[in-house]
Unconditional design. Structure first.
Length: 255
C-alpha cells in the first residue's frame, strides 16, 4: 500500500524575531517546511489553515503566553494530537515544566538549548507523525476494501455458470432427471426393461443381454409384489429361462 508524501510543516512560535531566526537556523537541515508565528493568536490561526507535525512555543510571550497557547491547541479537535515542545529561558520558575506537561506539552526545553538535542527531539516527532499518517492511510484503504460492494479495479469477474451438457463442456454428462411415474408398476418395469434393451452399452452382446435379464427380473419382482406372495401362472418357467440365460452368459460362475 502506498501513502501520500508528508507535506506537513513545523510551527515555531515566539514574539521575538531573533529567536525565530535562531530556531529556523537550527531546523534548516530538516526537510520539513518551517512556519513562523509571532503570537499565540497567530499560531492558532496558522494551525487551522494547515497541518503541522510539531509545534515549538516560547513560554514567555505577551498577551497569550505559551501555556495558554498550548492549552488552546489541545482544546481543538483539529489540533489536539499535534505534539508541542515548550521553550523557556534559564531563569524560570521550577514549576514551569510541570505546568507545561499539565497543559498537554510533549517536551520542555530550557534556553540556551543544544541545537543537536533540539533537532533530535523534533525529528522524533516528525518520524512519529509520518508513521501515524501511513497507518491511517493503510487502515482507510483496508476499510474501503472490506466495505466495497464491487470487486477491486482490475479484478477478473467470476465466470458465468454454464450448462454441464453444453458444447463447451462435452466431457461432463447431463445429470439424469428423476422420472415421474404416471403408469402402473408393471408398465414401469416393462418400460425400464425396454429402455435398457435399446440403450447403447459398451459395444458387446453380453452386456445388452444382461441388461435385458435385469429388466425381466425387475418385472418379475413387481409381479410378485402385486400378487401379494401368490405365485402367478408360468412364474417357475420364466425363472428357469432366466437362470439358463445367465448360465450361458457367465460360464465361469459355477467354477
Amino acid at each position: 500500500m502506498t501513502t501520500a508524501p508528508d507535506t506537513s510543516s513545523i510551527l515555531i512560535v515566539d514574539d521575538m524575531e531573533e529567536n525565530l531566526v535562531a530556531l529556523e537556523a537550527v531546523l534548516s537541515s530538516l526537510t520539513q517546511k518551517v512556519v513562523r508565528a509571532r503570537s499565540g493568536e497567530e499560531a492558532l490561526k496558522a494551525m487551522l489553515r494547515e497541518e503541522f507535525s510539531v509545534v515549538l512555543i516560547d513560554v514567555m510571550m505577551p498577551g497569550m503566553n505559551g501555556f495558554e497557547t498550548a492549552a488552546n491547541i489541545k482544546g481543538l479537535d483539529q489540533t489536539k494530537d499535534v505534539p508541542i515542545i515548550l521553550l523557556t529561558g534559564a531563569s524560570v520558575d521550577p514549576n514551569y515544566a510541570y505546568r507545561g506537561y499539565t497543559v498537554g506539552a510533549a517536551d520542555f526545553l530550557i534556553k540556551p538549548f543544544d541545537p543537536w538535542l533540539l533537532r533530535t527531539k523534533v525529528n522524533v516527532f516528525l518520524d512519529l507523525h509520518r508513521k501515524n499518517r501511513q497507518l491511517a492511510a493503510q487502515a482507510d484503504q483496508l476499510k474501503r476494501l472490506l466495505t466495497s460492494d464491487s470487486p477491486p479495479e482490475g479484478a477478473p469477474e467470476p465466470p458465468a455458470s454454464e450448462d454441464a451438457s453444453s458444447p463447451e463442456n462435452p466431457a461432463q454428462p447431463t445429470p439424469a432427471k428423476t422420472p415421474v411415474l404416471t403408469e402402473s408398476p408393471q408398465e414401469a418395469a416393462a418400460g425400464d426393461a425396454e429402455q435398457q434393451d435399446t440403450a447403447p452399452g459398451d459395444g458387446s452382446d453380453d452386456s445388452t443381454r444382461l441388461a435385458e435379464i435385469a429388466g425381466q427380473l425387475a418385472q418379475l419382482e413387481l409381479t410378485l409384489r402385486d400378487n401379494k406372495g401368490r405365485e402367478p401362472e408360468g412364474l417357475a418357467e420364466r425363472i428357469a429361462d432366466l437362470e439358463r440365460a445367465v448360465s450361458r452368459l457367465l460360464p465361469e460362475r459355477g467354477r
